[in-house]
Design a protein around this ligand. Structure first.
Ligand SMILES: NC(=O)c1ccc[n+]([C@@H]2O[C@H](COP(=O)([O-])OP(=O)(O)OC[C@H]3O[C@@H](n4cnc5c(N)ncnc54)[C@H](OP(=O)(O)O)[C@@H]3O)[C@@H](O)[C@H]2O)c1
Length: 265
């Protein structure tokens, strides 16, 4: 059964204009699914929408919305004007790399809003609608950073732990009610955002940086089969060693040391 037959014909991708978000939108458009692309800047959204609608003969609409704003979820719902969302991909995230106390309270709050509160509210709204129809799918982007304390990425890492646990919990609650939920726990992925942070290669053994397309392909292969997954074999191995074979204290130290080296902190 195709994704469209299984879940329906309209997807909303939050954080869609580039990187992993654009790869999700492209994958779904290729499957013949209409897409609603959401991000803050209109121009990159429109460029992608034109490309997808021309190439795959689907309808692609754009909504500009700051997902870090307090009313983002309701604002999005209002602007959808009763269009029925069959698949929700929540990809957008804010992060701050550096010492916790050196960031502002305002920015910490924006990270919490964009990474936790807005997706939680969207899951409540769209999840309830999907449950009523007994059909739908929700993908939440999480991260390897959320598997243990990650110094210098503290609030981001904690927010990604929240996303994973939320998705896994709802996978359990909704799995026999027609709604599939999955958390995609990515490692380093070559998105414009990741490249912009100018990371330094930290060790010969560091897992290979994945492409957005690799992450998305694996996610759709596993949607409906598992509550969460770690993308890529290198990341799976690194995570297995850190989570299962090492004392937690050592895993936390490795994450903190790696981030410090990677970003020359
Ligand atoms: N890249 C990695 O190495 C990596 C590793 C692990 C996990 N992840 C996870 O993968 C997801 C994508 O990561 P990425 O940073 O590489 O991004 P990305 O997939 O390149 O996309 C970021 C998208 O989100 C939009 N966006 C960002 N902030 C937004 C906001 N406040 N409101 C609305 N839209 C917003 C951006 O457009 P605008 O700027 O126009 O808003 C852009 O379309 C995130 O959830 C991240 O935690 C990434």
């Amino acid at each position: 059964m195709s994704i469209k037959e299984k879940y329906g014909s309209l997807a909303l991708i939050a954080g869609a204009s580039e990187g992993i978000g654009a790869a999700y939108a492209t994958y779904l458009a290729k499957e013949g699914i209409d897409v609603i692309l959401v991000a803050r800047k209109l121009e990159p959204l429109q460029k992608l929408a034109t490309e997808l609608s021309t190439k795959y003969n689907i309808k692609a609409d754009c909504i500009t919305c700051d997902l870090a704003s307090v009313n983002a979820a309701q604002e999005l719902v209002d602007r959808l004007k009763d269009r029925e969302i069959n698949l929700l991909v929540y990809n957008a995230a804010l992060s701050y790399i550096g010492a916790f106390e050196q960031n502002t309270i305002e920015h910490h709050n924006q990270i919490a809003q964009a990474n936790m509160i807005t997706p939680m509210n969207l899951l409540q709204i769209f999840g309830t609608e999907m449950l009523a129809k007994k059909q739908g799918a929700i993908i939440l982007m999480a991260s390897l950073a959320g598997f243990q304390g990650s110094g210098y990425l503290s609030v981001y890492a904690a927010s990604k732990a929240f996303d994973r646990v939320l998705a896994e919990s709802l996978w359990y609650e909704w799995k026999n009610r027609g709604v599939d939920v999955i958390a995609c726990c990515a490692g380093a992925t070559s998105t414009p955002n990741f490249i912009k942070t100018n990371p330094e290669k930290t060790s010969f053994f560091a897992p290979k940086v994945q492409t957005p397309e690799e992450v998305v392909k694996e996610c759709f292969e596993l949607l409906g089969k598992t509550p969460s997954f770690i993308s890529g074999s290198g990341n799976k191995l690194a995570s297995f060693i850190m989570q299962r074979l090492m004392p937690r204290k050592m895993a936390i130290k490795i994450m903190g040391d790696t981030t410090r080296k990677m970003y020359r902190l």
